[in-house]
Write a protein that binds this ligand. Structure first.
Ligand SMILES: C[S@@+](CC[C@H](N)C(=O)[O-])C[C@H]1O[C@@H](n2cnc3c(N)ncnc32)[C@H](O)[C@@H]1O
Length: 220
């Protein structure tokens, strides 16, 4: 993020904009807020331990819980309490015991190291200023041989400072986007391998050329 003012202030403005947006969005919790496809491409198996980063109202986490079955488990993590309330209500309604939800951030995951078979995430890491730290956390929680399928927003070129310095643009899923090549390099730098773009769709957001990417990869 291009910082206007001191770091602490900038981070707290960013967090406020993101939780503010998603607290409002939680009222329409039946709507998916994803930007790509994860579950349909993840080939989840019975018994898999899955983490859904930025799970929102828990739609994908609950869908994944049906696939992994009683021997598997799905953990949804989100930083917005109102979204987690919706997710827990969805779980109760589905009557599933193999899905749980935790308050936390992608940069500091409330998940033990090397316990996860598959990390999923849909339209979340663009909100995170420390993307390298986020992918290091993904690498930390994955078991060796574990994999990720992540949909996210990248930009087609470096966005201008008036966008990268605007917390509302970050909350609106474009201010925090980095160019595709840089994004893929961040994943590789976290030690993840077999990185492949499964889906790619170009579009415009407020006049800026963006890309929706669905990416898979593995922890060696
Ligand atoms: C665009 S919504 C996507 C929700 C869900 N994945 C879906 O597909 O419907 C982004 C979600 O990520 C959460 N989020 C944003 N930044 C986060 C962070 N750093 N750590 C954890 N959750 C975050 C927000 O609270 C919100 O619920």
């Amino acid at each position: 993020m291009v910082l206007l003012g001191n770091l602490e202030e900038a981070m707290s403005r960013l967090e406020e904009a993101i939780t503010g947006r998603y607290t409002c969005e939680s009222a329409n919790s039946d709507q998916s807020l994803g930007c790509g496809e994860t579950i349909g491409l993840a080939a989840l198996r019975q018994g898999d331990i899955v983490v859904d980063l930025g799970c929102g109202s828990g739609k994908d986490a609950v869908a994944a819980a049906y696939v992994v079955g009683e021997e598997g488990h799905v953990i949804g993590v989100d930083m917005t309490e109102a979204m987690l309330e919706k997710a827990r209500a969805r779980q109760r309604e589905a009557g599933l015991a193999n899905v749980s939800f935790r308050l936390g951030t992608v940069e500091d995951l409330p998940v033990e190291s090397e316990t996860v078979d598959v990390v999923l995430s849909n339209c979340v890491i663009n909100h995170v200023s420390d993307k390298a730290g986020a992918y290091r956390e993904i690498s930390r929680v994955l078991k060796p041989g574990g994999r990720f399928v992540i949909a996210d927003v990248a930009s087609r070129y470096q966005l201008p400072p008036e966008v990268t310095g605007d917390p509302q643009a970050w909350a609106d899923c474009y201010g925090g986007a980095i160019p595709e090549e840089e994004y893929l390099a961040v994943i590789a730098a976290a030690g993840l391998r077999e990185i492949k773009v499964l889906k790619r769709r170009e579009y415009e957001k407020n006049g800026f050329p963006m890309i929706s990417l669905t990416i898979e990869g593995k922890k060696p």
